[in-house]
Design a protein around this ligand. Structure first.
Ligand SMILES: NC(=O)c1ccc[n+]([C@@H]2O[C@H](COP(=O)([O-])OP(=O)(O)OC[C@H]3O[C@@H](n4cnc5c(N)ncnc54)[C@H](O)[C@@H]3O)[C@@H](O)[C@H]2O)c1
Length: 282
């Protein structure tokens, strides 16, 4: 399986990061957004990501320009026809993902891999929308994609070994360390991290300690780069809430139930770093 061109559908935080990484590593990327404004914002994210890498000396200015030249942008979903793999990085919305995968099968090359960067939606839901579930796979990159090494490669019972091997090879060629995991809400990373974040919030709600102190214990005691409150603010409290709610929906285990304080902050629109206020103020 040879990859030359990747189609990335959705150029928000993750899609832009995946696109930046791919063009940096020599792949052609067709980036797709529903509107010109979305494309412009996506291009800015990718260009400024490359510029930052050049400023820091990780790549040269010439390499950054050559990388950007490998990016093509369009609002026309049919442009995925020329790609060896299509990667969904659109909003985390089940109905949208179902619709995308129906279209991917119709519009993409009959040999293209059909991948999703979803954090919590079971891959089988998307695979079931197609008649080619053997080509459907999860490629769960971590944020910020250009810096984070991990990719969770998610296989369903229908994913072919050829598809898994291709996804693993591509992840490695993008400078990542892939780990193959069976499909299931939360995969491994979020399956373990989300309850940890929720437990920290519950401990704070119960008055066990101040949030700053809980963060300090986790940082100093366990060598984590940041504590659970700083991490929740970085991920986005709405995202933490939605991941927890989806995992609860699937497992019906109270450890995934979003605690009232988290719900309250989300309802206030205090979503963390991106709104300058969450557990902390930025
Ligand atoms: N943010 C994270 O830390 C993170 C980490 C891993 C995985 N994910 C997953 O990656 C996906 C994207 O998350 P994000 O944080 O980049 O979201 P985001 O909101 O930053 O970006 C989503 C993008 O998708 C675009 N979009 C919406 N509908 C579309 C359509 N029909 N066609 C093409 N583009 C469309 C939007 O315009 C937007 O630019 C989600 O499935 C999310 O669960 C997110």
């Amino acid at each position: 399986m040879e990859f030359k061109t990747l189609a990335v559908v959705g150029l928000g935080t993750m899609g832009a990061g995946i696109s930046q990484t791919a063009v940096q590593f020599g792949y052609n990327v067709v980036g797709i957004e529903p509107s010109q404004a979305g494309l412009d914002a996506g291009r800015n994210r990718i260009a400024s990501g490359l510029a930052k890498f050049a400023e820091k000396g990780r790549i040269t200015v010439e390499e950054s320009e050559a990388a950007l030249a490998r990016l093509t942008l369009t609002t026309d979903r049919a442009a995925i026809a020329g790609a060896d793999i299509v990667i969904d990085a659109a909003f985390e919305d089940v109905d949208l993902k179902k619709e995308l995968f129906r279209d991917f099968e119709k519009l993409a090359s009959p040999t293209a891999l059909l991948a999703s960067n979803t954090s919590t939606i079971p891959l089988v839901i998307m695979a079931a929308e197609t008649t080619a579930p053997e080509r459907v796979i999860g490629l769960h990159f971590f944020n910020p994609v250009p810096l984070m090494k991990l990719v969770e490669v998610i296989k369903t019972p229908a994913t072919s070994q050829e598809t898994i091997d291709g996804a693993v090879a591509l992840s490695k060629a993008l400078g990542k360390s892939p780990v193959v995991i069976k499909d299931g809400p939360g995969f491994i990373g979020n399956l373990l991290v989300v309850p940890f974040l929720l437990d920290a919030i519950r401990a704070y709600e119960r008055g066990v300690a101040e949030k700053e102190d809980i963060d300090e214990v986790i940082k100093l005691g366990f060598n984590h780069p940041m504590g659970p409150f700083a991490l929740s603010d970085l991920i986005g409290l709405d995202i933490v809430h939605d991941m927890a709610a989806r995992m609860y929906e699937e497992y019906r285990d109270p450890k995934y139930w979003p605690p009232p304080l988290l719900k309250q902050l989300v309802r206030m629109g205090w979503l963390g770093r991106k709104t300058k206020r969450g557990f902390y103020t930025y």
